[in-house]
Design a protein around this ligand. Structure first.
Ligand code: PLP
Length: 925
């Protein structure tokens, strides 16, 4: 190896972990550029500088490439030897080929031998690179054998490493379903870095003795390595160390298939916690056995049972004698008018359109075959105990879960700014609703999320009133539309200390992708549920709880303040983990629209919920579910298990580079202020004190800390930009500027913000386009100001002032009227009764607030009560629900709103409210 890589101060390339793949690509390109200049240069002084720069770049790349199979360590030795011999022309040629092979990903399809200077091989890479440029993806993307990398952890010498690599290469057969290459690392820490920086790793073989420490400085990864002390590890046996490594790899990348090769003490290994190993091999086991076992493991993730069944079905000749004319394209192929539908969609979609539940297909309503299998795989992928596919979006998934668990009059605690499907779900289920208020972000007309203290206070109020037994469920949105994410585990832990059988429904419509990133995953419902379940079962927890309880009882347990001030722990003898999550798979992963999933981690499911869940599922599921949606959910799950880690990482990278530009570009900053963590999470909810994940000097290295500790964090892939300084409101900015002028679609605005969401399909190119558009718009606003007359400037200033200073405070939930409440001490209301009471016309009347009519009634002492949902867009949550008393603040907010779309409000009539007589009538029993 080249000298300089050892003499440099510890290089922090890995400190840029969040942007490692961009850094990798950019550094290779920069190296290629430097070499290109060097070979054409005749100025010696500049040449010396360039050689130095090339040395630095190669050193940086060598560290990164140490964790990748291509270029191999052998390839790198070749690069260094050319460099040392000053054969720069040849070096440039090799680097060019290497960069082409990386860009075109040709190394995934064939062996790229960098030592050969064969023009034919070069041409292949050039063709691949051209195909990539032309089509946006590598040539023959779908037909090639999928490629992955096998990580081997073993303290091997360079020669031994080559032998092992060759041994695996020699086993390749054309008929293998997959092809793989080998990366070797020599230490515990290096293994963890490898799985973090190299998404191609799909399998890991942990062999024999290896030291703990990496030769690199890993400060950037300290959060992942936290709690591990080197000393402790030094005393571990080989088996203990391997098992610990496997559990840490599992925590970072649970999808990776892990295998242990052990040399000794077989029985001792087998009696330990080896659950993360797919299989244990003993020293004598041969490579062939390992090879086949690895391929089989990968295959079990790669399989898509329902998609495969549907493809098979579509190939079979069938006569259609049921009511589905479009099936097999019959109604359109011979049509004189509708044939262009086939031209557009192609024939396959029609061949796959069926209502058959036989012939190898399955029934969503009673799955027994490939749908059942596909759902089981989904449960594995998302860490659930059971998963269910839903073909009508999370709007339906939410109603299914609520109906399955909530009986009429059960109390549900729910955030008021949740999605409307929940409010309607409450009406359908007959729940008595106790609304929780999220903290407001008045400056941006949006809400954050519900503080834990507010949830605990509400639960304690029920306890005091003797009504806690009626509280069935806590329903929260994780993450919110704007990207505020809960500390799910902490919320569940503390609530379970007050009510040990509380059911949690986490609406993760926007968070399915989070499962596939190690920073995000601990804040998902399924991960938190599993972690808590394991924790409460352990002896160690019993001891922790006993000590905590003693200390707690010594305070004043009869005082609510004690419960509010202390971090609470649930009693392991009574606690039950009952957690549900709903995902709009279609929002953040690959799936056709409306493809959603319900994930369950409920210790009571089998005994108490399965039957009602089935009924609820029947209530809401079409008897003609769309098979294409189901197949896309199956493929989406497979893709997430195979490359979710890579895609989500790239998404985060893209979002971070967008944010970075917005933080640092002077003109952009003038008009577009990107909201940081501290803008969206008030300091009392940020224990870590982290204000922004980004620091101009150290880069993006504050995210893990905030995500590990804080009550709330912001998902950086959702970029909210305050646009008040443009003088244009969110809605107009979205339609007139972004959509009409530049064809950029977004779906969320507030009065003075717009939200740019990235997703797993966002490319560096699309980020560059967006930045380009924003710069053009900023210039446009700049010219507008320069060219405006004095009166025009006054108008602009007035608009900017209104959008940045005159923001009506967001109103809290007022209260349900007494007519809809059972208990005067607690806040819950019977929303269903209020909803249906409005069906009889004589129970309601309209009152206008723009002419003071409604205000006059309020001043005269009347409780004016809404008879409907009133939902302005934006912000898109109900300002009023049926049965809710209208408050001054709500009226003030409605009057100040300058949006055109308010559902449930007709300006010419006013608000629909209950008559006083209707409210006076005794409730039906
Ligand atoms: C928080 C939340 N939950 C549920 C939904 C409904 O999801 P779907 O569109 O899949 O029905 C949405 C839709 O925007 C949402 O924002």
């Amino acid at each position: 190896m080249h000298e300089s890589s050892h003499t440099e101060t510890p290089y922090t390339a890995l400190g840029f972990y969040h942007k490692i793949s961009q850094l990798r690509a950019d550094t290779w390109n920069a190296l290629k550029r430097d070499l290109g200049q060097l070979v054409r240069l005749d100025d010696e002084g500049r040449a010396r500088n360039l050689v130095k720069a090339i040395d630095v770049k190669m050193t940086r790349l060598e560290i990164i490439e140490d964790y990748h199979a291509f270029p191999s360590k052998e390839d790198f030795r070749h690069l260094w030897s050319l460099f040392d011999r000053e054969e720069y022309v040849l070096l440039e040629k090799v680097v060019k080929r290497l960069v082409r092979a990386l860009i075109s990903e040709s190394y995934r399809r064939r062996h790229v031998d960098l030592s050969e200077t064969d023009a034919g091989a070069e041409d292949l890479e050039t063709l691949d690179a051209l195909a990539q440029l032309r089509h946006g993806h590598p040539a023959s993307n779908s037909s090639a054998q999928p490629y992955f990398e096998l990580l081997i952890v073993d303290n091997l010498s360079a020669q031994e490493e080559e032998v092992v690599r060759e041994a695996f290469h020699s086993l390749r057969r054309p008929e293998d379903r997959f092809v793989y290459d080998v990366v070797t690392v020599r230490s515990f820490e290096d293994a963890l870095i490898a799985v973090l920086v190299n998404p191609n790793i799909q399998a890991c073989l942990i062999r024999y003795e290896f030291p703990y420490k990496s030769k690199y400085n890993l400060s950037a990864l300290r959060n992942y390595l936290e709690g591990l002390s080197e000393k402790e590890l030094e005393y571990q046996t080989e088996a203990e160390r391997s098992i610990l490594l496997s559990s840490m790899i599992h925590e970072l990348r649970p999808e990776i298939d892990q295998f242990l090769v052990t040399s000794g003490d077989v029985e001792a290994t087998a009696s330990r916690d080896i659950r993360h190993f797919n299989r244990i091999f003993y020293r004598e086991t041969d490579y062939i056995e390992q090879h086949h076992t690895i391929l089989r493991a990968i295959d079990s993730r790669y399989r898509t049972p329902f998609f495969d069944a549907l493809r098979e079905y579509s190939k079979k000749p069938t006569g259609v004698f049921h009511a589905m004319p479009i099936s097999r394209g019959k109604s359109v192929t011979r049509s004189h008018w509708a044939g262009h539908m086939i031209d557009f969609y192609g024939i396959n979609i029609f061949l796959a359109e069926t209502s058959a539940t036989s012939g190898g297909l399955d029934s969503l309503l009673q799955p027994y075959g490939p749908i059942k299998k596909a759902q089981e795989y989904a449960a594995r992928a998302f860490g659930a105990r059971q998963s269910f596919f839903v073909t009508n979006g999370t709007s339906t998934a939410n109603k299914i879960v609520v109906q399955a668990l909530v009986k009429p009059r059960d109390i549900v605690l729910i955030d008021r700014d949740c999605h409307k499907s929940h409010h309607y779900g409450m009406v359908l289920a007959g729940a008595h609703v106790s609304y929780l208020d999220s903290y407001p972000l008045n400056d941006y007309s949006m809400y954050g999320a519900v503080p834990l203290r507010e949830i605990k206070e509400t639960l304690l109020a029920y306890k005091r009133a003797g009504e806690l037994h009626r509280v069935k469920m806590l329903l929260l949105t994780n993450c919110t539309f704007d990207g505020v994410v809960y500390n799910v585990r902490r919320v569940m832990e503390e609530c379970l200390a007050i009510k040990p059988d509380l059911v949690f429904l986490w609406d993760e419509a926007w968070f399915a992708f989070a499962t596939f990133n190690p920073t995000y995953r601990p804040r998902t419902a399924m991960h938190a549920a599993r972690t808590l379940c394991d924790r409460y079962r352990s002896e160690a927890y019993r001891e922790e709880y006993a000590a905590w309880k003693e200390a707690f009882d010594a305070l004043d347990p009869d005082d609510d303040a004690t419960w509010l001030e202390q971090r609470l722990l649930p009693d392991p003898d009574t606690v039950r983990i009952r957690t549900y999550a709903t995902h709009s798979t279609h929002k953040t992963l690959t799936s056709l629209r409306q493809g959603s999933m319900i994930h369950v981690y409920d210790q009571e499911f089998r005994q108490r919920v399965e039957a009602p869940f089935h009924e609820a599922y029947m209530t809401h599921t079409s008897t003609s579910p769309n098979y294409q949606i189901l197949a896309s959910l199956d493929v989406g799950r497979m893709q997430a298990e195979m490359e979710g880690f890579e895609l989500v990482h790239a998404q985060v990278e893209a979002a971070l580079s967008l944010r970075e530009q917005l933080y640092t570009h002077p003109l952009l900053q003038k008009y577009f202020r990107v909201l940081k963590n501290s803008d969206m999470v008030p300091s009392e909810y940020r224990e870590s004190g982290v204000e922004s994940y980004y620091d101009p000097v150290t880069g993006w290295n504050q995210m893990e800390e905030a995500w590990a500790r804080d009550e709330f964090v912001v998902d950086p892939t959702r970029v909210t930009i305050a646009i008040g300084n443009t003088g244009v409101d969110g809605d107009a900015f979205k339609n007139e500027y972004l959509m009409n002028k530049y064809g950029i679609q977004i779906n969320k605005t507030s009065r003075n913000t717009v939200l740019f969401m990235t997703n797993i399909g966002t490319t560096r190119g699309s980020i560059a386009y967006l930045l380009d558009v924003l710069i053009k718009l900023a210039k446009e606003f700049e010219y507008r100001w320069e060219e405006s007359s004095r009166p025009e400037r006054k108008i602009i200033e007035h608009r900017v002032h209104s959008l940045t200073r005159e923001l009506p405070p967001l109103p809290d939930f007022s209260r349900f009227h007494a007519a809809f409440r059972q208990c005067s001490e607690t806040p819950e209301g019977d929303i269903r009764r209020a909803y249906f009471l409005s069906y009889d016309e004589e129970n309601t009347e309209y009152l206008r607030f723009d002419n003071g009519e409604l205000q006059a009634e309020m001043r005269a002492g009347r409780d004016v009560v809404s008879a409907s949902f009133v939902i302005p867009y934006p912000p898109g949550f109900p300002v009023l629900v049926p049965g809710q008393v209208i408050s001054e603040e709500i009226l003030h907010f409605l009057q100040a709103l300058d949006v055109k779309e308010i559902h449930g409000y007709r300006p010419e009539l006013g608000l629909i409210v209950f008559t006083e007589e209707a409210l006076a009538a005794p409730p039906e029993t």
